[in-house]
Design a protein around this ligand. Structure first.
Ligand SMILES: Nc1ncnc2c1ncn2[C@@H]1O[C@H](COP(=O)(O)OP(=O)(O)OP(=O)(O)O)[C@@H](O)[C@H]1O
Ligand SMILES: [Mg+2]
Length: 268
């Protein structure tokens, strides 16, 4: 029997200052969520520098922006003007741009080459991504530094905004600003901070975290994450590591992993 009532996907977007670990944590989250074979996970690389595919060991053949640029060319040359025709072409192209590995699907947004307002194309693409998201239980978006950018190019709404910072005052300041901008610019249900690459619990306890940032927890500096990155290996292949366990706790803190919710926050 078909389940007529579709479950709404939880949409997680990660953002923060450059180099703080957004891509590594996005890949780790994809790994954790997809470890349950019943979960369908869509990973979206919204960073023009395209890093998430590498962290997940997935080859990108086509990005959403490649499709967008092709369509703009068609519109400009007068080949396509009909909206229905545009939609069916995009539908097909988007499906072919999606890479699938078991219960994980992957979509790279790419780099917009054409500046200017191609509002109709942008809207259609955003609608398509949103309707594709409905086929998944979780969508994980590895964003670039500004959440507005994610919002403008990828999705109108996220359910879980995950702010990532290292221990630096600069990193924390950046997420504070992102949170302020997000409060007015985007729709989200929950926001939480993950502090990455901390050396010890003492370092975590010494940090002054602005009251408006709800801290989900901290992730230790993890040799496995570092060496997998250096060797170009997929985070999906890591069996277990301190960083994975710490990210799991952060997700359960956000109510994303009901079965892990009982894990005590004090365990560290
Ligand atoms: N917990 C961790 N332990 C050890 N190394 C880490 C950890 N998290 C991230 N790194 C390393 O830090 C570097 C930057 O991480 P990553 O690429 O995930 O950051 P980013 O925020 O996505 O960067 P960018 O802004 O350039 O996209 C990488 O070399 C990665 O392997
Ligand atoms: Mg990155």
């Amino acid at each position: 029997m078909h389940n007529l009532q579709k479950k709404k996907a939880s949409i997680l977007a990660l953002c923060g200052k450059g180099g703080v670990g957004k891509t590594s944590l996005s890949a780790t989250i994809v790994k954790i969520l997809s470890s349950d074979p019943n979960n369908k996970v869509l990973a979206i690389d919204a960073d023009p520098a395209v890093g998430l595919s590498g962290a997940l060991g997935i080859d990108v053949t086509k990005t959403v922006d490649d499709i967008r640029n092709e369509l703009i060319l068609r519109v400009e040359s007068g080949k396509t003007t009909d909206k229905a025709e545009m939609l069916s072409m995009l539908d097909y192209e988007m499906l072919s741009a999606m890479e699938e590995h078991k219960n994980i699907a992957f979509l790279a947004i790419g780099r917009p080459e054409k500046e200017g307002c191609y509002c109709q194309v942008n809207h259609i693409l955003k609608d398509l991504i949103a309707s594709m998201a409905d086929n998944f239980d979780y969508v994980v978006i590895d964003g670039e530094a500004g959440i507005e950018q994610v919002n403008r190019r990828v999705m109108e709404k996220v359910s879980h905004l995950i702010l990532v910072s290292d221990a630096s005052a600069k990193g924390i300041n950046v997420v504070k600003t992102i949170k302020e901008v997000s409060d007015t610019a985007i729709e989200y249900e929950k926001a939480g901070l993950i502090l990455n690459r901390l050396r010890s619990k003492t370092e975590y306890e010494k940090l002054v975290i602005p009251a408006e940032l709800d801290c989900l927890g901290w992730v230790p500096e993890d040799e496995t994450i570092r060496s997998y990155d250096i060797e170009g290996k997929s985070i999906l292949e890591i069996d277990d590591s301190p960083a994975i366990a710490a990210v799991e706790k952060c997700l359960s803190e956000m109510g994303l992993l009901a079965h892990l919710a009982r894990i005590s926050h004090e365990e560290n």
